[in-house]
Ligand binder design. Structure first.
Ligand code: C2E
Ligand code: MG
Ligand code: MG
Length: 541
């Protein structure tokens, strides 16, 4: 752009100079032809005025040069203005950090490609969303986040075939406009290449950062033949990829649009539900084995939805995690549970589940402390349950957060042990207080089965590391003695009671406590039985 401007400027200048010279030459020719110069010269010489004439010529020359200079200056100013305008245009169409096209330019190019095609063009919009980008920003700071975005841009430039466009649409969202010609398989190949290249570690400081990428692809079709429709379809496909487990790619299909609408409605309802306090804590008894003395409750979220009734965590916790609402939801639930438990016997403990995302929050220990202080709930009565996924994402932040919580006096349990990826390494690196054996191992343990041997091994592993164990999902009285004999410390499951709301829990404590406030759950009370039946019916629905 700048080169074009200076070329046309030089051309203009030259033309002006030549014109001036031509005018001078014409005056001279006319003057000589008419003999004007001879008359004037002899008149001047006669009267000794030739110096005056030379002076006039020199002054005229000076005026001409001044005019040329002025026009030069004017052109330079105009050129600078044109340059600045061109620069501003370029800035408005590119992402300042990565230098890639921005959303505006991407859309313009997409529009041009669609309008310029005869019929439906052979193009794909490949939308890329980075996995695990937010924790990098939160844990390593914004400089690390910027480095990741620039590395992503560089890798995209390398991987996309020449003639195609990569853009940063905003945040950690990128897109590629890919002209696949007749090679439709090329789209999947490119998507896979993008995922592979973006999953390679990114050097940072003395170590490296790791991200992933989930890709949504929309091919231009009769239904998706506008820029808007293509971008929306790629977005929908990308969200489907996220739901299907990330680091994968998905092509847009028409039925995905409906699922997304349902999800968007639920998301909106959950947002207002959290504000209105529709998410309630339910309490499931935890007992000591083998005597079945109540030692406390696990707090489990329930959503009292105005239209759908009581909803289970499986229907909304993942959504809350994906949309970042989980923190608000969990903290309000923990606060509510701590208030509820104040009126219960002081030896009863509360176990609260927190999501992997909350573990990445550097302020997490302070938030817990603030809730304990506000509600006057003793830290020694609180247990935090984390799942193994939290450790895989970022072990270092998990270690820091857990240590600070333990310093407050809060205990940490590793939940659903045996279902995730945690290894002996995690158990050695992080000092847990408790292992919770997942219910898939426990709910039906036929003696002598392989499951029973695994449960036995987990209990032995726990006790060798100095950890107590809770068996989750106990439904049959037959497994209670066996678990206790293997050394399992606590039990939880429908046999002792399903999760109950605050009122039902108050009732249970009032009716079942002895004079010292102790409760032994040696048989399900009628109220509990009803709750269990209601819960089972709800699950079936
Ligand atoms: P979890 O933490 O492992 O909770 C135990 C789950 O097992 C609960 O399901 C409970 O109702 C169920 N359960 C307990 N005893 C039995 C039994 O004997 N048989 C069977 N079949 N199931 C039993 P729920 O309440 O549906 O919660 C599911 C999961 O959702 C929880 O698993 C936990 O990971 C998550 N969750 C629940 N509340 C919260 C929350 O407030 N925050 C977070 N981040 N996650 C939560
Ligand atoms: Mg739990
Ligand atoms: Mg569990």
């Amino acid at each position: 752009m700048r080169d074009d401007t200076s070329a046309s400027w030089a051309e203009g200048e030259l033309r002006e100079l030549l014109s001036l010279m031509m005018i001078g030459a014409c005056i001279w020719i006319i003057g000589t032809q008419l003999g004007v110069f001879t008359v004037v010269l002899s008149f001047m010489t006669l009267h000794g005025l030739e110096h005056m004439m030379l002076l006039a010529i020199c002054m005229t020359l000076g005026v001409v040069v001044a005019a040329v200079r002025k026009s030069l200056k004017l052109r330079r100013v105009m050129m600078a203005r044109d340059g600045a305008q061109a620069h501003a245009e370029a800035v408005a169409r590119h992402d300042a950090m990565t230098g890639l096209a921005n959303r505006r330019l991407f859309r313009e190019l997409l529009d041009m490609r669609i309008d310029g095609a005869r019929g439906v063009p052979s193009i794909a919009v490949i939308q890329i969303d980075l996995d695990r980008f937010k924790p990098i920003n939160d844990v390593h700071g914004h400089a690390a986040g910027d480095a990741v975005l620039c590395a992503v841009a560089d890798r995209l430039r390398l991987v996309i075939p020449a003639g195609n466009t990569a853009a940063r649409l905003g945040g950690d969202e990128f897109a590629v406009l890919f002209d696949y010609g007749i090679d439709t398989d090329g789209v999947s190949r490119l998507a896979q290449q993008i995922i592979t290249t973006l999953s390679q570690p990114i050097p940072w400081g003395a170590g490296h950062l790791e991200i992933g990428a989930t890709v949504g692809i929309a091919l231009a079709t009769v239904e998706t033949s506008t820029a808007e429709a293509l971008l929306h379809a790629a977005d929908v496909a990308m969200y489907q990829g996220k739901r299907d487990g990330r680091s994968t790619y998905r092509f847009f299909q028409l039925e995905m649009g409906h699922a997304l609408k349902v999800r968007a409605r639920l998301e909106q309802e959950l947002r207002t539900g959290i504000e209105r306090g529709e998410i309630e804590p339910f309490y499931q008894p935890v007992v000591a084995l083998p005597g079945r003395e109540l030692i406390g409750f696990e707090v489990l979220a329930r959503w009292r939805h105005p239209d759908h009734g009581l909803m289970n965590p499986a229907d909304f916790i993942t959504l809350a995690e994906e949309t970042g609402m989980i923190a608000d939801l969990s903290w309000s639930l923990m606060r509510q549970a701590c208030w509820d438990a104040r009126s219960w016997p002081s030896h009863l403990q509360l176990a609260v589940n927190i999501s992997p995302l909350q573990l990445q929050d550097k302020q997490m220990p302070e938030r817990v402390l603030a809730i304990l202080t506000e509600t006057g709930f003793a830290p020694s009565r609180l247990e935090i349950e984390i799942t193994e996924t939290a450790l895989v994402n970022d072990l270092e932040s998990a270690r820091i957060a857990l240590k600070s919580l333990q310093n407050l006096g809060v205990r940490i349990a590793l939940d659903d042990f045996g279902t995730g990826y945690s290894s002996l390494y995690h158990l050695r690196e992080l000092q847990f207080d408790k292992l919770k054996i997942d219910r898939s191992y426990v709910s039906s343990i036929p003696l002598g089965s392989e499951r029973a041997r695994l449960v036995d091994a987990i209990i032995a592993l726990g006790s060798s590391l100095g950890l107590v164990t809770t068996a989750e999902g106990i439904e049959n009285a037959s497994s209670v003695d066996w678990l206790a004999n293997q050394g399992c410390t606590y039990g939880q499951g429908y046999l002792f009671g399903a999760p109950l709301g605050k009122q039902a829990t108050d009732l249970l404590l009032a009716e079942w406590s002895d004079k010292d406030g102790n409760v032994v759950l040696d048989g399900a009370a009628e109220a509990q039985r009803q709750e269990i039946a209601a819960e089972a019916a709800m699950r079936a629905a």
